[in-house]
Ligand binder design. Structure first.
Ligand code: FES
Length: 125
């Protein structure tokens, strides 16, 4: 039921871990399944220089977080904010309908990390 790409990102997730001196951190959870995802971003010259994640969740949640780190790396803040759960699912060759909420989690965690970054920047002005 999973595409080869989903299996690949699940078995060999990219960019796993934490960025200790991250410029933004976003954590989101899904109360229904109990899965939890945190995305860390490092920003330089308005671009996401590095993106890492930690996910406690199902295989699809791990695959979608891995994929979103790849999609987001190198993008500007504005471009990264435009990445949707549909983009994540499409890049993975599709997800079963009951697993779409997992990709939602990945997009939400990335956007939360960016919002955190923007908030910190405002606070430091
Ligand atoms: Fe909830 Fe996958 S089952 S994130």
């Amino acid at each position: 039921m999973y595409s080869e790409k989903v299996m690949d990102h699940f078995m060999n997730p990219r960019n796993v871990g934490e960025i200790p001196d991250a410029d933004g951190v976003g954590t989101v959870g899904n109360p229904v399944c109990g899965d939890l995802m945190t995305v860390y971003i490092k920003v330089k010259d308005n671009r996401l220089e590095d993106v890492k994640f930690k996910t406690f969740g199902c295989g699809a949640a791990i695959a979608t977080s891995s994929m979103i780190t790849e999609l987001a790396k190198g993008k500007t803040i504005e471009e990264a904010l435009r990445i949707t759960r549909g983009d994540v699912a499409d890049s993975l060759g599709g997800l079963p309908p009951i697993k779409m909420h997992c990709s939602n989690l990945a997009a939400d965690a990335l956007h939360a990390a960016i919002k955190d970054y923007v908030k910190r920047k405002e606070a430091n002005k």
